[in-house]
Ligand binder design. Structure first.
Ligand SMILES: [Zn+2]
Length: 425
């Protein structure tokens, strides 16, 4: 299928391009970008006047819940939600049932996504078998099966010696390690950020230092082993500072944050709203300011969703008993665009953190509209205003704190491999 995307503002940070132009797609690749391109015979035209045309968005932190937990989400519903949110590539975490600790599970995910999915799915394999934190998984086998990184996300690798060996082994075979940075002893029985609000609500707190210590340890292990590390879902001022300082002295550390960490504070927990319960927890205004500074100065490389679907029965319970996590694929784009609207980031910086940066960190050859690139493209209407109606979301689960919020900006057309995967009328 051939496509001509006409008159959009093409923003492609991978080649420093930002101008009104047409994009011609032929045989699944970007053929040409230029002014007033002629539509060859039989080409389908997409009118993008007044819209942004950007490389297909990449989300490097998603929980698809498939295999084993399909009552929360599955590969079809999850990729449908991703395409509706403007994502053409997502990276899924290994805490499925069974976990992605062997090639059979990785193959199942890749094949099902290819045959039934609405976007590219790149799986992450486990660092340890069953995420048990005891025995290293066969990283070579996982890489060969198509895993783009390894992580025990959802759980930290508590044993520093094991994490050191994992980093050394990963460096040897060239696979990225993603750290879920959390010290479980400091977390204890905490269920929200430790501070004024947790005291007022009478809920047990999780101190920021539980994240900071684990970030510092993994940064130091990365430095010691000269192995790259990526810190998932950064939420504290301390973590941002530690990563900034490490980058300045040349440590190969990268990191991501999620929209809720620059949009909400632990005030959202008031009323004991379990849709404000996630791990790491929502922090305070000072942390939100630090996350924004980290995004602006390049300390934070990527915006990822940490899309974590849960069934209503797992959320509609007492706060202490509710499971951690929120969905995010369909609200990430507008919440992130707000950073540009508020002047926190330039559009170039914002698109970079949602396209080329995660692609480079993962080595997945996406996130660019260079001639010859795979034609994964997102068309965004930046001025469309809409209300989040949870019942109408494309995924299976409804656990979002943004229900009823007014949003500005939406993906109107998501193009995968040169074909329209999602279109909003
Ligand atoms: Zn995590």
């Amino acid at each position: 299928m051939n496509l001509l995307i006409k008159n959009g503002r093409v923003i492609d940070p991978s080649q420093n391009f930002d101008d009104v132009a047409d994009v011609l797609v032929e045989a699944g690749v970007v053929k040409e970008i230029g002014k007033s391109l002629k539509a060859p015979a039989g080409v389908e035209t997409v009118d993008a006047a007044g819209k942004y045309v950007v490389p297909g968005l990449v989300d490097m932190h998603v929980h698809l819940r498939d295999p084993g937990l399909e009552y929360k989400e599955d590969i079809v519903s999850g990729t449908r939600a991703a395409a509706a949110g403007g994502f053409t590539s997502i990276v899924c975490m290994p805490n499925t049932k069974p976990a992605i600790d062997n090639k059979a599970v990785a193959h199942y995910i890749i094949n099902k996504a290819k045959s039934e999915g609405f976007c590219n799915v790149f799986p992450v394999g486990c660092i340890t078998y069953g995420m048990g934190g005891e025995r290293m998984a066969e990283m070579g086998e996982l890489k060969e099966a198509g895993c783009v990184a390894v992580s025990d996300d959802g759980r930290p690798v508590a044993n520093a010696e094991l994490m050191r060996r994992a980093l050394e082994y990963a460096r040897g075979i060239g696979i990225l390690v993603i750290s879920h940075a959390e010290d479980l002893a400091l977390v204890g029985e905490g269920v929200m950020n430790e501070g004024f609000t947790s005291t007022e609500l009478g809920l047990k707190g999780i101190p920021r230092v539980a994240e900071d210590i684990a970030t510092a340890r993994d940064v130091m292990l990365s430095e010691y082993t000269s192995s790259p590390i990526h810190i998932a879902h950064v939420s504290t001022r301390g973590s941002v500072r530690i990563i900034r300082e490490a980058k300045a002295r040349g440590v190969k550390v990268t990191c991501e944050t999620a929209p809720h960490y620059f949009t909400l504070t632990d005030d959202a927990v008031r009323g004991y709203d379990t849709n404000a319960k996630m791990n790491p927890p929502l922090r305070e205004a000072d942390d939100v300011a630090a996350i924004k500074e980290g995004l602006r100065d390049g300390t934070i490389d990527c915006i990822a969703t940490d899309h974590a679907p849960h069934h209503l029965d797992e959320k509609d319970v007492e706060f202490n008993a509710a499971l951690n996590g929120i969905i995010g694929l369909e609200t990430s784009l507008p919440l992130s665009l707000k950073l540009a609207e508020d002047g926190v980031l330039t559009l170039h910086q914002l698109i970079e953190k949602m396209t080329v940066n995660p692609s480079k960190i993962l080595g997945i050859m996406r996130g660019s509209l260079r001639v010859g690139s795979v034609a994964d493209i997102t068309v965004i209407d930046p001025s469309a205003e809409w209300t989040v109606e949870v019942e109408k979301l494309a995924g299976k689960s409804r656990n979002t704190p943004f229900g009823g919020w007014r949003m500005k900006g939406v993906a109107t057309c998501t193009i995968l491999d040169g074909a329209v995967a999602f279109s909003r009328q």
